[in-house]
Ligand binder design. Structure first.
Ligand code: ARG
Length: 492
C-alpha cells in the first residue's frame, strides 16, 4: 500500500506508510536535484567533459549479462528476506530478462549520462517496471555490484580459456604422436646440441600449457568468491542472506570481509599473471615457428591460411600469426603491470581508481583467447619437413656427447672422454665430416677403447634411442608420454 507524496521540488516519492516526512518550507528554497541517479545532494550539473571522463559505460557494457545475473540473484534474495514483495521481485526479474534480450539484440541505447553499465541497466529497469526497479539497489552498492560482475565475467572467461588450452594441447598430442620418431636437432644457445625427436619437442610445449591450465584453474578458486552484500564498504543493515545469493550465482562462498570484498582486485591480477605466463610460453612457441619456417631452417611449413604475402616481394610467405602472438605477449605483460600499479598503495576500501581495472583485464582476456584460438586452429596443419630436420640433426656434431658416454661405458673417466671427443670433433671439422663418417682407425688413434660398435651410437637414431628413461626423448618414451597425457586431458 503506497501513497504518493508530492514534494514541492516537483519529484514524487512514495512511502509504504504514507507518513513520509519532509520539510516543505525548507525544500521550497532548494533548487531541484540534478538529473542523476545520485543527484539529490548536487546543485550544479556535472561538467560535460567530467561526465565523459568519469564514465565507464563505453567499456563496462561488456559486463551487462553478468550485471543482470547478479541483479536477479540480489532481487530474489531481497524477496526471500521480505524486503521485496513477490510481485516486485517478479517484475524486476522479468524486466531484467527483457533488458538482457534488448542488449543482446543491440536494441539498448547506452547513455554516457548514466555513467556505467550498472546505472544504465537500473535506469532502464525503472523505466520499464516502475517503482519496483527503484528498490533493486536496496542493500547493495555499485561497489559490491561491480566486483561481483567482474568475478562472474572472469569465471566464464577462464572456462573458455581453459577449453582453448585443452584444444591446443590436443592438437599437440596428435602431431607429437605422428612425429614421435622424427629426428631433429635439439638446441642450447641456439647451437645444435643433441638430437631429439620432434614429438619430444612438441610435448615440451604440451607440458608448459598443462601448467598454464593448472594456473588458471587454481586462480578460479579465488575468483569464485562473492562480494555482494559488502555494499559500499561496510555491509548493510538489512538482514541479507549472502549464502543464498552466493548459491544462486554459483559462487563458492561469500567474501569474508566487506572492505576487502569491494576493494581488492588481486584475483584479476592473478589472472593476468597466469595470462602473462601463458603468453610468454606462446611467444617462445611462436619464435620457434618463425625460425623453423624460415628457409634457413626449413623444419616446418605453416599453412597458407595462417600466413600472408608481401605487397612488394612476390616470393614472401610471412609467418604473421606466430609473429603477432609473439608481439601480443607485450600487451598482456603491460596489463599485468598496469593492474599491479593500479592497486599499489590504494587505501581501503573502494576508490574510483578501480574503474581502471576493466580495460587491461578485458584486453588480456581478448588477447589470450584470440592467441589461443589462432594456435589451436593452426597447429593441426603444421607440416614437418622430416628430411630437413634429420639433416640438421646430423650437422653440428650432435652425437658428441654420445661418443663421450660410449667411452665412459668402456671405462674412460668422463673428463678424459670429453677431451678425446673434442679432438674427434676437431678432426671432423678439419676433414669436413660428421663423427659417424670418421673411420674406426681414426677414432682408435684418439682412444684405443673405441670398437666397431661405436657407429651404432653415433647416429642420431642411436642417440635418441639411448635416452629412453622417464622424460627422455626416445620415440617409445614420447609415445608413452602422449598416451598418458591423452588419458589425463579433459574433454575440451
Ligand atoms: N564504474 C565503477 C567501476 O567500474 C562502478 C563502481 C562505482 N562506484 C562508485 N562508488 N563510484 O568501478
Amino acid at each position: 500500500m503506497y501513497n504518493a507524496v508530492k514534494l514541492v521540488c516537483g519529484r514524487s516519492f512514495r512511502s509504504r506508510t504514507g507518513s513520509f516526512k519532509f520539510l516543505p518550507n525548507r525544500l521550497e528554497k532548494m533548487s531541484d536535484p540534478i538529473d542523476k541517479l545520485w543527484g539529490g545532494r548536487f546543485t550544479e550539473t556535472t561538467d560535460a567533459f567530467v561526465e565523459a571522463f568519469t564514465a565507464s559505460v563505453a567499456f563496462d557494457q561488456r559486463l551487462a549479462p553478468y550485471d543482470i545475473q547478479g541483479s536477479i540473484a540480489h532481487a530474489r534474495m531481497l524477496e526471500r528476506i521480505g524486503v521485496l514483495a513477490e510481485k516486485e521481485c517478479d517484475a524486476i526479474v522479468e524486466g531484467l530478462g527483457d533488458i538482457a534480450l534488448d542488449i543482446s539484440n543491440g536494441d539498448f541505447n547506452w547513455s554516457v549520462e548514466l555513467e556505467d553499465v550498472h546505472m544504465n541497466i537500473e535506469a532502464r529497469l525503472t523505466d520499464r517496471v516502475g517503482d519496483a526497479g527503484k528498490k533493486l539497489h536496496t542493500g547493495r552498492s555499485r561497489n559490491d555490484q561491480v566486483a561481483t560482475d567482474i568475478r562472474l565475467y572472469l569465471r566464464d572467461e577462464i572456462g573458455r580459456i581453459v577449453d582453448e588450452i585443452i584444444r591446443l594441447q590436443g592438437a599437440l598430442l596428435d602431431i607429437a604422436e605422428a612425429e614421435a620418431a622424427t629426428i631433429m636437432p635439439g638446441f642450447t644457445h641456439l647451437q645444435v646440441a643433441q638430437p631429439v625427436t620432434f614429438g619430444h619437442h612438441l610435448m615440451a610445449w604440451f607440458e608448459m600449457l598443462a601448467r598454464d591450465r593448472e594456473r588458471f584453474r587454481d586462480c578460479l578458486k579465488r575468483v569464485n568468491i562473492m562480494p555482494l552484500g559488502a555494499a559500499a564498504l561496510a555491509g548493510t543493515g538489512f538482514p541479507i542472506d549472502r549464502a543464498y545469493t552466493a548459491e544462486l550465482l554459483g559462487f563458492e562462498r561469500p567474501a569474508a570481509n566487506s572492505l576487502d570484498a569491494v576493494s581488492d582486485r588481486d584475483f584479476a591480477i592473478e589472472f593476468t599473471a597466469a595470462a602473462s605466463l601463458l603468453m610468454m610460453h606462446l611467444s617462445r612457441f611462436s619464435d620457434e615457428l618463425v625460425l623453423w619456417s624460415s628457409p634457413m631452417f626449413d623444419f616446418i611449413e605453416l599453412p597458407d591460411a595462417f600466413c600472408t604475402g608481401s605487397s612488394i616481394m612476390p616470393q614472401k610467405k610471412n609467418p604473421d600469426v606466430p609473429e603477432l602472438v609473439r608481439g601480443k605477449s607485450g600487451r598482456v605483460f603491460g596489463s599485468l603491470v598496469a593492474l599491479l600499479t593500479l592497486m599499489k598503495s590504494q587505501p581501503l576500501a573502494y576508490n574510483k581508481d578501480n574503474q581502471e581495472d576493466k580495460e587491461p583485464l578485458f584486453d588480456t582476456v581478448d588477447t589470450v583467447a584470440d592467441s589461443l584460438r589462432a594456435f589451436a586452429d593452426m597447429v593441426p596443419h603444421l607440416k614437418a619437413n622430416r628430411e630437413a630436420m634429420h639433416r640438421a640433426a646430423k650437422q653440428g656434431y650432435s652425437t658428441a656427447t654420445d661418443l663421450a658416454d660410449y667411452l665412459v661405458r668402456k671405462g674412460v673417466p668422463f673428463r678424459d672422454a670429453h677431451e678425446v671427443v673434442g679432438l674427434a670433433v676437431r678432426l671432423g671439422l678439419e676433414s669436413k665430416c660428421d663423427l659417424s663418417e670418421l673411420s674406426l682407425e681414426e677414432l682408435q688413434q684418439l682412444c684405443d677403447r673405441v670398437e666397431q660398435d661405436v657407429f651404432a651410437i653415433l647416429t642420431p637414431e642411436g642417440s635418441v634411442a639411448a635416452r629412453s628413461h622417464l622424460g627422455g626423448t626416445a620415440p617409445e618414451r614420447v609415445l608413452e608420454a602422449v598416451r598418458t597425457a591423452r588419458a589425463l586431458l579433459p574433454a575440451g
